[in-house]
Design a protein. Structure first.
Ligand SMILES: NC(=O)c1ccc[n+]([C@@H]2O[C@H](COP(=O)([O-])OP(=O)(O)OC[C@H]3O[C@@H](n4cnc5c(N)ncnc54)[C@H](O)[C@@H]3O)[C@@H](O)[C@H]2O)c1
Length: 321
């Protein structure tokens, strides 16, 4: 029997696909400490994880029957990928399955910040009855997204999904990526059964910083936005980080919001998670989410389907099994 442990769960659509192909799939959550014993005792040959379960050298060394480590999602920080590969274990993931969900979260933050939804939702329950008109006055200077310029730093899978939504919303797109010079995006307006291609040529980092009303980060990591880069931005710009914590330096961001240089920030990721930074969480110009960029029902289903198909395909190629 081909046995899989999906230790951080898998959408039922993926479980069904795998079971139809003859796999036995357990979604029982095993603690990190018990994982080695459980994998060996139950003879699991495939381990499916998301970000919670860590698959380090100790597990790889102690579980010789493990043939595939499958990560539902993108980041593989929780897996010793190179070591696993050296030991002949196949490591697979689903890098594109959640890109659209992350891109939509960027716009959720942008809509929220540009019309003060985040702070209005915090204020209305306590002040909505007694100070309705004062609150109304506070939130009258909202802005539209259409017609504005969005700067995209990192023009890979998610950056390009952001651009597609922006184009459909009649925004101007400026993108920077040191490894991408241009990309042809297919904009599919399925409601009117029409699609068209748009070519976006990337521009310099400085151009994105200087000429964008909104700037969103979609890079693999690093410390890209510090005081210096913020100074180059338009006064009143709004920045979004749904990529990696630390891409925007939190201390410099707070300073720029407090000095009115920036009008707002949307953060899905933090330098430290959970973040101890109360000033970030409570700041009236910051819209926050707890690293939920990829967390939609649709993304979970796409992840489960793509991962199951890859496991079935990879397993069938492993002649040793
Ligand atoms: N918030 C979430 O829940 C969530 C979900 C999925 C992915 N992510 C994160 O989003 C980020 C982007 O993911 P992706 O799937 O689009 O990755 P991707 O690899 O498709 O794209 C990243 C792009 O960044 C570019 N890049 C690298 N260094 C750069 C730099 N210094 N300046 C500008 N561009 C640079 C690369 O050339 C690449 O095109 C990753 O950090 C990923 O971990 C977050």
């Amino acid at each position: 029997m081909k046995k899989i442990l999906a230790n951080d769960g898998i959408d039922k659509i993926g479980k069904e696909l795998l079971e139809k192909s003859g796999f036995n799939v357990s979604t029982e959550k095993i603690t990190q400490e018990q994982l080695i014993d459980e994998i060996n005792e139950k003879n699991y040959t495939v381990l499916i994880v998301r970000s919670a379960t860590k698959v380090r050298k100790d597990i790889i060394d102690a579980c010789p029957n493990l043939k595939i480590i499958a990560r539902g999602g993108v980041g593989m920080d929780n897996i010793d990928v190179e070591y696993a590969k050296q030991k002949g274990i196949q490591v697979i993931n689903t890098p594109a399955a959640s890109s659209h969900s992350v891109a939509e979260l960027v716009f959720a933050h942008l809509f929220s910040l540009s019309r003060f939804l985040h702070i209005s939702n915090r204020d209305m329950p306590t002040k909505g009855s007694s100070q309705f008109n004062e609150l109304k006055k506070n939130y009258t200077n909202g802005i539209e997204l259409s017609g504005k310029t969005i700067g995209i730093i990192g023009f890979g899978r998610i950056g390009q999904e952001v651009a597609k939504i922006a184009v459909a919303m009649q925004m101007k797109v400026l993108a920077y990526d040191p490894y991408v010079t241009s990309s042809v995006l297919n904009i599919n307006l399925s409601a009117i059964d029409h699609s068209f291609d748009v070519e976006i040529k990337t521009v310099s980092f400085e151009e994105v910083l200087k000429s964008s009303d909104f700037i969103t980060m979609h890079v693999p990591g690093g410390s890209l936005i510090t005081k210096k880069e913020i100074q180059m931005m338009r006064n009143g710009a709004i920045v979004i980080n749904a990529s990696r914590g630390g891409v925007i330096q939190e201390k410099d961001l707070l300073e720029a919001l407090n000095s009115e240089k920036l009008a707002g920030a949307g953060l899905d990721v933090f330098e430290k998670e959970p973040t101890p930074m109360k000033e970030l969480l409570n700041h009236p110009k910051i819209s926050v989410t707890p690293h939920t960029g990829a967390a939609t029902i649709e993304a979970q289903q796409r992840i489960a389907i793509e991962l199951s198909e890859k496991i079935i395909q990879t397993y069938s190629k492993l002649s040793v099994l």
